[in-house]
Design a protein around this ligand. Structure first.
Ligand SMILES: N[C@@H](CCC(=O)N[C@@H](CS)C(=O)NCC(=O)O)C(=O)O
Length: 206
């Protein structure tokens, strides 16, 4: 059984999507970061940097319990464990890795700054706002151009798409709109329609 420590944020939905897609047995453990639950000593044993998401798998490599944080590392781990959504062909896998790292290290990180400075911050800082707005539009253009030539980010639907989806959905669709990014819209809508994605983005199971 895999315990998935998560919350209703961009990174928090990524392992939920993969767990729903693969059907791996799991439990959701909500960590309310608005109430600072991520700072508890128990949670920080699992995620030393006090960030969700994190997982605990009783049945890790060699049957040993494993704890893991960082959404990209979790998606790779679940891909290897399940044998799904993480291609084994080396030429395809390196491209999935490229977009997985772009998604988790660059796209989500900068999208979070957009979310902070343009949406949530009570202090208005026009320079930061303009910077991250331009940055997000530039990244949406990068994704759109790739998807003009490719159905998904690396071969078939994979963990690279799962890492990218959250911020396209939250900031691309809801804050900017995808009218100028038709290929990204086609990709987004295909993923949004997947039953596993709808379950992953639904309320936490009680
Ligand atoms: N690079 C990390 C980032 C995770 C992250 O930003 N988590 C945020 C929520 S989306 C968080 O837990 N923030 C609480 C904190 O930093 O204390 C990943 O991809 O998992």
């Amino acid at each position: 059984m895999i315990d998935c420590y998560t919350w209703t944020t961009d990174n928090g939905y990524k392992p939920r999507m993969m767990l729903e897609e693969t059907g791996l047995p799991h439990r959701i453990v909500p960590v309310n970061i608005r109430e600072r639950a991520q700072m508890s000593p128990e949670f920080m044993k699992i995620s030393p940097g006090h960030k969700i998401p994190a997982i605990v798998d009783d049945d890790g490599p060699g049957g040993v319990r494993v704890t893991l944080c960082e959404s990209g590392a979790i998606l790779k781990y679940l891909g290897e464990k399940s044998g799904k959504f993480y291609p084994t062909n080396p030429a395809v896998r390196i491209k999935v890795d490229q977009w997985l790292f772009y998604g988790s290290a660059t796209f989500t990180t900068l999208s979070q700054q957009f979310g902070h400075w343009t949406i949530r911050s009570p202090v208005k800082a026009p320079v930061a706002q303009q910077h991250y707005d331009a940055n997000l539009r530039d990244m949406l253009g990068i994704l759109d151009r790739h998807l003009a030539q490719n159905e998904y980010f690396g071969g078939d639907y994979s963990i690279a798409d799962m890492t990218m989806y959250s911020d396209v959905h939250l900031h691309g669709v809801k804050d900017i709109g995808l009218a100028e990014y038709p290929n990204l819209k086609r990709w987004h809508d295909a993923i949004e329609a997947r039953p596993a994605v709808q379950r992953a983005w639904g309320p936490f199971p009680s």
